[in-house]
Design a protein around this ligand. Structure first.
Ligand code: PEP
Ligand code: MN
Length: 339
């Protein structure tokens, strides 16, 4: 609510709710200072039109849009069901650094209740001088650790040319935030038999995330998991801003599972457990969490990686929230429609 007193003639103090940027621009263009003739209905109708257009464009996404009967997609990997009746925690190092590091982490996260092991081999780093991952050697170590502790593994493919190689070693292929709009990668993964964990682009809308998922499915891959990992906003105290409401919003529009990555969403290990609990309470299908046996020496994402005891405490801290999780599930509506 913005009080525009003073702009209007003094005998007509007006308080106006400016709902959209369009309205804001219109309001300050000068013409609108005549509040008595201001066409609020026209603005309301523009907003309704825009909202309807957004619904219509989502309704055109025939693969990802929610089924009328509300049926959800359950992605199955080696006995683990993502999007099913149990919350799934995926955990592991940002990057695989050594056999000892990934083995130690896999053992610990499996013991604490994680059911999928994560770990980067090919790392998309912002700086070309930062650790770029062990590549194929990293994938081999990840596979070995997953097999040793009975965990399916997830790792990123950065290019369409890497898809075949990554698919040889991992059970779920991750699309990183920087790649959400890489059409060639999405097409190659669409043709790949492995499930895909699709991260939201750091400046992508929920609609764009769904469009990217549609591309994967339109190319033939029915097993897509969406991941909210934070988007860019103002401020430097967190790496990103977690758009947590994207979880129930996505669940209104799509049958695909939705998980939350509290590590990249915050960039700070002290904030990861609280966001993880919130993700359970809001009905996410799972988490993707970075864990390292010695976070201070981690070669990537050190500040957001949980030490093993911190991860264990985080897992224990989730337990009281599963009642809320079940309630959220039970309250889920069949399919969203325009107002
Ligand atoms: C990661 O999972 O380590 C990663 C690079 O994620 P994002 O693409 O979300 O930054
Ligand atoms: Mn990372």
């Amino acid at each position: 609510m913005i009080l525009l007193q003073g702009l209007a003639p003094s005998s007509h103090p007006v308080s106006v709710c400016l709902k959209t940027n369009l309205c804001l621009a219109y309001a300050f263009s000068g013409a609108c200072l005549d509040f008595e003739n201001f066409e609020f209905d026209a603005i309301d109708s523009l907003e309704a039109d825009a909202e309807r257009a957004a619904y219509d464009s989502l309704a055109a996404l025939k693969h990802v849009r929610k089924h009328a009967n509300g049926e959800r997609t359950v992605v199955r990997v080696n006995g683990v069901e993502i999007g099913g009746d149990r919350f799934v925690v995926m955990a592991g190092p940002c990057a695989v650094e050594s056999e000892r590091q990934v083995m130690q982490t896999a053992e610990a996260v499996a013991r604490a209740g994680a059911r999928v092991l994560r770990g980067g081999g090919f790392k998309p780093r912002t700086s070309p001088y930062a650790f770029q991952g062990l590549g194929l050697d990293g994938l081999k170590l990840l596979r070995k650790a997953g097999d040793a502790f009975g965990l399916p593994v997830v790792s990123e493919a950065m290019t369409d040319g890497q898809v075949e190689l990554v698919a040889e070693y991992v059970d779920i292929i991750q699309v990183g935030t920087r790649s959400m709009e890489n059409a060639a990668l999405l097409a190659a993964l669409g043709r790949c038999p492995r499930p895909v964990l699709l991260k939201r682009g750091m400046v992508a809308s929920v609609e764009e995330l769904l469009q990217a998922a549609e591309a994967l499915m339109a190319h033939g891959n029915p097993n897509v998991i969406l991941c909210e990992r934070g988007i860019r906003t103002l401020g430097k105290l967190t790496r990103n801003t977690c758009d947590l409401v994207a979880v129930p919003l996505l669940h209104q529009f799509t049958h695909l599972p939705v998980i939350v990555d509290p590590s990249h969403a915050t960039g700070r290990r002290s904030l990861v457990p609280a966001l993880a609990r919130a993700a359970v309470a809001i009905g996410a299908d799972g988490l993707l969490v970075e864990v390292h046996p010695s976070p201070k020496t981690a070669l990537s994402d050190a500040a957001q990686s949980l030490a093993i005891p911190q991860f264990e405490r985080m897992m224990q801290g989730l337990a009281p929230y599963f009642g809320l999780w079940a309630e959220e599930r039970a309250a889920e509506q069949p399919a969203a429609t325009a107002r």
